[in-house]
Design a protein around this ligand. Structure first.
Ligand code: B12
Ligand code: SF4
Length: 480
């Protein structure tokens, strides 16, 4: 049985972008895991059509005709609606007998909101490894099965290592995140599933997808995969995509010890919550010892009122303290902010600007709140008729170019963002330029990659870090 997975890319401008930057070439770890499991169960005739590799829809149409799959299996986020619609139409036009299967975040939170539901044969909610392999067995045997069903959660230590080479992995590893700070080859990894928190702009996604409990791979399992990846790709940097790497300090401590003894030594980047970091100084120090170099934190705001409104489970003091701890341990750090939140006032924005001014993160990014379907805050906006999201394309960009919520003063929010982004270069005017360059290079990812590279190199160079440590320079800059 021939199975073709589809990665719908990232919106209408995805064609021909795979080789341009880290973010335009991220592999979908979930799909790689579903593929690895299916192969382990004997379904070896698997390939991938990734929109980002292709020229245009004509290219897609001809490739799907040549591939002639029996099963087309698509991964889908909420922003993928328009692309998934075309994919379904094209797959059924090429072969009306093909079985179409959709899984991923969007069908999990909104199974009734499918593009062309008449062309969707099966919807798998939740984790897909076990369910998809079982479905293939049913299709092969001609057994009937309900159209929408939930996948069982696998034991993460019993899953095979991800099938990274489903993608053009040789290219992916060449594009590090934060080029200039991190070298290629870079590998990315997730070591757990689920989230213990319920930030209302994101929740209840993790709970609906992965269940209430957080599940971790064992340190041994992770180290085994890293050794294999190191032998195969000789990676020189490592990024953990976990949303909160330090949520479990004991796991992090054990990982640091085990990673240190492998001798791999590749520098590491993690993402974590400020509150978790404050509770895990020992683990932070141990990670630094074995190569931790950059810590990314979703600070969101410098206003306690907004942090409470977002149900962030974090105090403003945690944001300040996390910066102090990173500096104390000689780590680069990034603070990301969110503006455009319902109930936000100019004072809240000023508090975020003040947080950036006082902590001087090496990197800063500002996202504008976007009500994502299925999230608590999207429901809040719908109930109050606040949402200005008019279609899936509005879910692609988290920049202030398009207003997403009524009642938000985007001019003030934009000015706050410009101030944060421009701090390093001397203020709001520079910030406006940074933002304008950043937004306008969307169509030229190679240029953006180059700008991010230049910026990152400057931030990570010794004289700059020395000045920054002495407080002689302010910092800020857009994340890649
Ligand atoms: C880690 C993470 C990332 C990582 C890595 C994601 C990846 N590609 O693997 C990075 C940082 C790259 C990322 C990026 C983005 N992310 Co993200 N991310 C997460 C996070 C924190 C955890 C996801 C996770 O643990 N995945 C683990 C893997 C194993 O699970 P999975 O990918 O979902 O796959 C499983 C199932 O979905 C299913 N499945 C998936 N595909 C398919 C296909 C088939 C056929 C089948 C049967 C099953 C199946 O089976 C898989 C294995 O069990 C979640 C929030 C959360 N806490 O859950 C947000 C989340 C998934 N991200 C989200 C978004 C919006 C994004 C961005 C689009 C944001 C942006 N505008 O930049 C980008 C996309 C960038 C890009 N170019 O692709 C949203 C999606 C919301 C939605 N309804 O669409 C989430 C839910 C957060 C949120 N609520 O806002 N993200
Ligand atoms: S934003 Fe991060 S910490 Fe908050 S619920 Fe989502 S994954 Fe968890």
């Amino acid at each position: 049985m021939k199975i073709t997975f589809i990665d719908p890319g990232f919106g209408p401008e995805s064609f021909n972008t795979y080789w341009d930057s880290h973010w335009s070439s991220v592999l979908n770890h979930g799909l790689c895991s579903v593929s690895a499991y299916a192969k382990e169960k004997g379904y070896r005739d698997i390939d991938l059509l990734d929109i980002r590799h292709l020229k245009d829809w004509d290219d897609f149409d001809s490739r799907i005709r040549i591939a002639r799959p029996d099963v087309v299996a698509i991964t889908m986020r909420s922003c993928d609606h328009p692309n998934v619609e075309h994919i379904l139409e094209s797959a059924k036009a090429a072969n009306p007998a093909v079985k179409t299967v959709i899984g991923g975040p969007h069908p999990t939170v909104a199974p009734d909101d499918m593009p062309r539901p008449d062309l969707v044969d099966y919807i798998i909610q939740g984790e897909g490894e076990i369910a998809f392999a079982e479905l293939l067995g049913d299709i092969e045997a001609g057994r009937s099965r309900e159209r929408v069903f939930r996948g069982a959660s696998p034991d993460l230590n019993e899953l095979p290592f991800e099938d990274r080479e489903l993608y053009d992995y040789a290219q992916t590893v060449k594009l590090p995140n934060y080029p200039g700070v991190f070298k290629s080859p870079m590998v990315t990894m997730l070591t757990c599933r689920g989230c213990a928190f319920r930030c209302n702009f994101c929740a209840p996604h993790a709970e609906v997808m992965f269940g209430k409990r957080m599940r971790y791979k064992s340190v041994e399992h992770v180290i085994e995969e890293l050794k294999l990846l190191h032998r195969r790709w000789g990676f020189r940097s490592l990024k953990f995509y976990n949303s909160d790497f330090l949520a479990n300090p004991n796991w992090a401590l054990r990982f640091a010890e085990a990673y240190g003894s492998t001798g791999i030594g590749a520098p590491i980047m993690i993402q974590t919550r400020a509150a978790s970091l404050c509770r895990a100084e020992e683990a932070l120090a141990a990670m630094k010892e074995v190569g931790l170099k950059l810590v990314l934190m979703g600070w969101e705001s410098g206003s306690q009122k907004i942090l409470d409104f977002l149900n962030k489970g974090c105090q403003v003091e945690h944001n300040y303290r996390s910066a102090e701890l990173c500096r104390k341990h000689g780590l680069l750090f990034s603070g990301s902010f969110m503006f455009g939140i319902p109930t936000e006032t100019p004072e809240d924005i000023a508090a975020s600007v003040e947080l950036a001014r006082r902590t001087r993160p090496h990197f800063a990014s500002v996202a504008f709140f976007t009500p994502l379907p299925g999230t608590h805050l999207a429901t809040y906006c719908e109930e109050r008729n606040l949402s200005l999201v008019s279609g899936p394309n509005d879910l692609l960009s988290f920049s202030p170019e398009k207003a997403k919520v009524k009642g938000v003063d985007y001019n003030i929010a934009r000015r706050g963002a410009e101030e944060i982004l421009g701090m390093k270069f001397g203020g709001r005017k520079a910030g406006r330029l940074v933002r304008a360059v950043y937004v306008s290079t969307k169509g030229n990812l190679k240029l953006r990659h180059f700008l991010v590279y230049s910026y990152s190199r400057m931030v990570s160079c010794r004289p700059y870090r020395w000045l920054l440590k002495r407080g002689a320079m302010k910092s800020g800059g857009q994340e890649e």
